[in-house]
Design a protein around this ligand. Sequence first.
Ligand SMILES: [Zn+2]
Length: 229
Amino acid sequence: MKSVSNDLLGLFYPKFCSMCAKILIKYEEILCFSCRTELPVTNFSEFKENEVERIFYGRIPVEAGTSLLHYSKKGVVQKLIHQLKYKNQQQIGTFLGELLGDEMILYNRFETVDCIIPVPLHPKKLKSRGYNQVTLFGQTLSRKLNIPYYADILKGKVSLKTQTHKSRIDRLKHLEDNFELTNKELLENRHVLLIDDVVTTGATLEACCIQLNRTKNIKISIATMSITD
Ligand SMILES: [Zn+2]
């Protein structure tokens, strides 16, 4: 009965592929089968010294890093992330969390990670968008890896300082001021998985890590939905 009513619902309220916009058929979720096979997965969860980890060499210590997908300008992943960020298609986060979670479980590089923290949105952005695009991604990873998700320990804040951002260090200092850590004690001796949607230069993640590193004996790993080519 349930599937009959679902089929009927599909007739009246069809769902569309988030990448090619084709109507989804039975058993297809978020993406049609052909788009799903075209997803440019990186398999970074399996390998050390992958591109994500290399971004942070010499900047901050990262235990392990991974990214689910390759992100290229005008590519399919850009489209997908755009839908997630600006078109309120939050279920894409769940979908990507499922995929990455399965991949991370398959290899042992992340097995000592014991909690998940998202890169927070700037308060203004959070207000206008209404949601953090990594929330469902993080909650899904939390369920899959069976570790807690702490949404509010690292907070976005409005930086009061005006800066000229001349050098990389200046810019980083400014970025750092956009985040604050609210409960250091909870993270002591923990191995945190810091998550975000896209990693490009790594500046935002680095700024978050600097805040997190104020905690005693903390270890940090990084997982993102995608990495820019
Ligand atoms: Zn499609």
